[in-house]
Write a protein that binds this ligand. Structure first.
Ligand code: ATP
Ligand code: MG
Length: 739
C-alpha cells in the first residue's frame, strides 16, 4: 500500500528511476520534468521498499528552502519523525559534520562562519597590514583567488607561483589569510566544503563510520556541483556505493563559482555500473512557454541532448513589453500584478526575475506606490543588515572570544571610548604575538592597571563574559533579548540623534533598525521551534543558520507577497506568472559575457532557467533607456528575445506615449512580425476589458483578453479564443460580453 502511494503520482519513466536497483543512478532530464519529485520519492522508496533506515539517508539540495520542502514531503509520505533525515545543502551538511568533529577537523569548538562580506573585510585587513596597495590587490580579487583555489581542493602549499610574481603574491596572501582565520577561529563558505572533505580524507576511521551510516546518498541539481563537492560525494559513496544524482546540463549556471557541468559525464566514467534515466515530459509549463524555452536553448552548443514535451494546454503567447525606461518597465509589471491579484490570484504565485540585484529597486518603488506587498530574496539579506550583524557579533563573541572580526565590530559599539588608535595598536600586538585581539587586549599589562582606555577595554571584556554567563541556560530568544538590551545596542539605536534636516528620514531608519532587532528575537524564537537539529547547541545552530541561509527570511515573511529574486536564486522553483525583466544586451546577457562564448552560453542557460520557472504566463520586458551605474544607456533588446520563435510571442503596448511609440517602432524594425498599431492616448482600457478577463463573442465563443490598445471607437482587443485561437478585434463591432 505504501509503495503504491509512492509510485502512483509518477509517470512510467519516473517510476523506473524511483524504483531503480541499488546501483549508481544518473537522472538526466530537462526543466520541470519531475527530477526533484523523483528524488523525493526515491527517498521514500528506499525507506519503504529497500528497508533503509531514515538514518542512512544523506540528501543534498540546492537551497535550505528546497531542503525544508523535501523533508516535509518525505515526512508526509512516510510519517518519519522530523530531524532524523539528513537533508541539506552541501554547506549546511559540511557545517554539521565540522561541528560534530571540530577537533579532528583542526578547528576550535566555537568556530564561526564568515559570510562573503566578512571574508572581504578580513582580506582587506590583511592587505593593509602587509602594506600592499589596495588598488593593485583588490580584496574582491584576492578573495576570489582564495575561494576558487579552495573549490579546486588546493591549499597554499599545493600551489606554485612559478615565474609569475602576481600569482606568487596571491598565494602568499592566501597563506596569511589562512593563518588569520585559524587564529580567529573562523571559516568561510569554501572552507566549510574543503575542511569537510579533508576531514574524511584524512581520518579513515571516520570515513568508514560515515560510509557505513550513509549508505544512500542523493544529490539534486547535480549539474552545479564543483570539484570539491564531487570529490566529497565520491568519498562518502565509496567505490561500491550507489549515489543517486539528478540534473540538467542546460541549467548549469554556476560555472563562475567553480561548478563543473562535466561532472555529469564524469559520473558515468567514475561509476561504470551507473544507470542513466531520462524524463521527457514536462509537467510545469504551457506548450507556449516550453516552446519558447526549447527554442532559446537550442542556440547553445555542446549540450548532452534531451527531449522535453508537454501535453498540457497550449497556453497564452509569451508577452513581450518594450518599456520606455526602467520606471515604465516597473510600472507595467506593477499594473499587471494588480490585475492578476484583482482577478483572485495570490501574489506569491507571481515572480519578478532579474539578472542583478540592483534591478530590484525600480520594482520596489513601483510596488510601494501601488501598495503591492513584495518580498525580495537575496539582495541585502536580513542577516546582512548592519544592526543585525552588530547583534550577531556580540553573540559570536559569547561563543568564541577569538573571533577578531566580531571583536572589532563591537569593541566600541555602543561607544565606550575605545578609539581607532587603540584598536590599531591591539592589532599590531595581536599580529606580533600570533594571538587574537581579545587575548592581546587581555594580556596587556595596562588592562590589569588603570588608564581610561584600559578601563574601557576591561569593561567590554567583563560585559561579554557576564553576558555569556548570565544567558547560558536561557532559551535562545531570551538569550538574544538579554544580549541586545544589556550590550546597549537597543538603547544605542533608540537614542541615536538625527541631524536637523535629515531628522525625519533618520527617525524612520532608527525605527526600522529597532524593528529589525525585535525581528531577530522572533526569528530566534521560530528558529528554535522549527529547528530539527538535535545535535547542536541552539545558539551555534542559529548563528550558522544566519550565515548560511540565502535570503530566505525577510522581516515581512508570512504576508502574501510578490516574489522578487535574481535568476540564480530562482533555480528549482516554479510560479504561475513570471516576469523576466531587463532583457537587454549588456544586462542580460551580462556585459562581461558578451565576448566570451562559454560565458554567453551560461547566460543563455540562465535565461532558460528563468523561462522554465513559469507555469502559465511568461512576460519578457526590456527598457529602451536604462540608467546603469549613474549613466543613461540605450541598450538593444537582448539577443535572447530574438532567439525565441516570433510565432509564440505577442507584443504588449497598452499605453504608448510619443516616446514609447518611437521605441516600439525601433523594435518593430528588428522584429517585423509584430502587428503595427499606433495609438496616442494613455486612457485606461475600456470597461470590462481588463487583461486576463474572460469574454464571450457571438461567433468565436469564449476567450481571454490578452491585449487592449487605444480607447473610444478605435479601441482594439486581442482575445485568445478557446476554439478559434488568438484574434484582434475592433471593440466597436465585436460586441464582446464579459463572462
Ligand atoms: P527543475 O529542472 O526546474 O528543477 P524538476 O525536473 O525538478 O524541475 P519538479 O520540480 O520535480 O521538476 O516538477 C515540476 C512540476 O511538475 C512540479 O509542480 C511537480 O509537482 C510536477 N510533476 C512532476 N511529475 C509529475 C507527475 N508525474 N504528475 C503530475 N505532476 C508532476
Ligand atoms: Mg528540481
Amino acid at each position: 500500500m505504501y509503495l503504491d502511494a509512492i509510485l502512483n503520482p509518477l509517470n512510467e519513466a519516473q517510476r523506473a528511476a524511483v524504483s531503480a536497483p541499488l546501483v549508481p543512478v544518473l537522472v538526466l532530464a530537462g526543466a520541470g520534468s519531475g527530477k526533484t519529485r523523483v528524488l523525493t520519492h526515491r527517498i521514500a522508496w528506499l525507506i519503504q521498499a529497500e528497508h533503509a533506515s531514515p538514518y542512512s539517508i544523506l540528501a543534498v539540495t540546492f537551497t535550505n528552502k528546497a531542503a525544508g520542502e523535501m523533508r516535509g514531503r518525505v515526512e508526509q509520505i512516510l510519517g518519519v519523525p522530523p530531524g532524523v533525515l539528513w537533508i541539506g545543502t552541501f554547506h549546511g551538511i559540511a557545517h554539521r559534520l565540522l561541528r560534530l568533529h571540530w577537533r579532528e577537523a583542526g578547528l576550535t569548538q566555537g568556530f564561526q562562519i564568515l559570510d562573503s562580506d566578512d571574508q572581504q573585510r578580513l582580506v582587506k585587513r590583511i592587505i593593509r597590514a602587509n602594506d600592499l596597495d589596495e588598488s593593485r590587490w583588490e580584496p574582491r580579487d584576492v578573495a576570489w583567488f582564495i575561494n576558487s583555489s579552495k573549490d579546486e581542493g588546493r591549499r597554499p602549499q599545493d600551489l606554485k607561483g612559478g615565474n609569475d610574481p602576481t600569482r606568487a603574491q596571491m598565494i602568499r596572501l592566501y597563506g596569511l589569510y589562512e593563518e588569520a582565520c585559524a587564529r580567529a577561529g573562523v571559516v568561510d563558505f569554501a572552507e566549510l566544503l574543503l575542511r569537510a572533505y579533508e576531514l574524511w580524507r584524512d581520518h579513515p576511521e571516520l570515513l568508514a563510520h560515515y560510509r557505513q551510516r550513509f549508505r544512500h546518498v542523493l544529490v539534486d541539481e547535480f549539474q552545479d556541483t564543483n570539484a570539491i563537492q564531487y570529490a566529497w560525494l565520491r568519498l562518502i559513496a565509496g567505490p561500491d556505493g550507489h549515489p543517486f544524482v539528478v540534473g540538467d546540463d542546460d541549467q548549469s549556471v554556476y560555472r563562475w563559482r567553480g561548478a563543473r557541468v562535466e561532472n555529469m559525464q564524469q559520473f558515468r566514467r567514475d561509476y561504470a555500473r551507473a544507470k542513466l534515466y531520462r524524463l521527457e515530459q514536462n509537467y510545469r509549463s504551457t506548450a507556449a512557454i516550453l516552446m519558447a524555452a526549447n527554442g532559446l536553448i537550442a542556440h547553445n552548443s555542446g549540450r548532452l541532448g534531451k527531449t522535453l514535451w508537454t501535453n498540457g494546454e497550449p497556453g497564452l503567447p509569451i508577452q513581450l513589453y518594450a518599456a520606455f525606461n526602467e520606471r515604465d518597465e516597473a510600472e507595467f509589471v506593477a499594473r499587471r500584478v494588480a490585475d492578476y491579484v484583482a482577478s483572485g490570484n495570490r501574489r506569491s504565485d507571481i515572480a519578478v526575475l532579474y539578472r542583478s540585484n540592483a534591478q530590484s529597486r525600480a520594482f520596489e518603488e513601483a510596488f510601494i506606490a501601488g501598495r503591492i506587498p513584495y518580498r525580495v530574496y537575496g539582495g541585502l539579506r536580513f542577516f546582512e543588515r548592519a544592526e543585525i550583524k552588530d547583534a550577531l557579533a556580540y553573540l559570536r563573541l559569547l561563543l568564541n572570544r577569538d573571533d577578531d572580526g566580531a571583536y572589532e565590530r563591537v569593541v566600541n559599539l555602543p561607544t565606550r571610548g575605545i578609539g581607532d588608535r587603540t584598536v590599531e595598536t591591539l592589532r599590531d600586538e595581536a599580529r606580533g604575538a600570533g594571538i587574537s585581539l581579545w587575548k592581546a587586549a587581555a594580556a596587556r599589562s595596562d588592562v590589569q592597571q588603570g588608564g581610561r582606555t584600559a578601563n574601557s577595554l576591561r569593561g567590554f571584556h567583563r560585559l561579554v563574559d557576564r553576558l555569556a554567563k548570565e544567558t547560558a541556560g536561557l532559551p535562545l530568544h531570551e538569550q538574544i533579548d538579554v544580549v541586545l538590551k544589556e550590550s546597549g545596542l537597543i538603547e544605542h539605536h533608540g537614542r541615536e540623534k538625527p541631524s536637523q534636516d535629515a531628522a525625519r528620514g533618520e527617525t524612520a531608519r532608527n525605527e526600522a533598525r529597532l524593528e529589525n532587532l525585535a525581528e531577530l528575537v522572533s526569528a530566534a524564537r521560530s528558529f528554535a521551534a522549527e529547528s530539527t537539529d538535535l545535535e547542536l547547541p541552539p545558539l551555534d545552530a542559529f548563528l550558522a543558520h544566519a550565515a548560511l541561509e540565502s535570503g530566505e527570511r525577510q522581516s515581512d515573511a508570512g504576508e502574501d507577497s510578490v516574489q522578487m529574486m535574481t535568476l540564480h536564486m530562482a533555480k528549482g522553483l516554479e510560479f504561475m506568472y513570471v516576469f523576466l525583466c531587463g532583457m537587454e544586451e549588456g544586462l542580460f546577457p551580462h556585459q562581461r559575457s558578451i565576448s566570451d562564448l562559454e560565458a554567453l552560453e551560461e547566460e543563455r542557460r540562465l535565461c532558460y532557467v528563468g523561462m522554465t520557472r513559469a507555469m502559465k504566463h511568461l512576460y519578457l520586458t526590456h527598457a529602451e533607456q536604462r540608467r546603469l551605474h549613474g549613466m543613461d544607456t540605450h541598450p538593444a533588446p537582448s539577443r535572447f528575445i530574438k532567439e525565441v520563435s516570433r510565432d509564440i510571442v505577442a507584443e504588449v503596448r497598452p499605453r504608448a506615449s510619443g516616446a514609447r511609440a518611437v521605441a516600439a517602432a525601433r523594435l518593430r524594425r528588428e522584429q517585423p512580425a509584430a502587428p503595427a498599431i499606433r495609438f496616442r492616448t494613455e486612457e485606461p482600457p475600456p470597461p470590462g476589458m481588463r487583461l486576463g478577463a474572460r469574454v464571450r463573442h457571438g461567433k468565436f465563443g469564449e476567450g481571454v483578453v490578452l491585449n487592449v490598445e487605444g480607447s473610444g471607437p478605435h479601441a482594439r482587443v486581442q482575445v485568445n479564443f478557446e476554439q478559434q485561437g488568438t484574434k484582434w478585434l475592433m471593440m466597436q463591432y465585436a460586441n464582446l460580453e464579459p463572462v
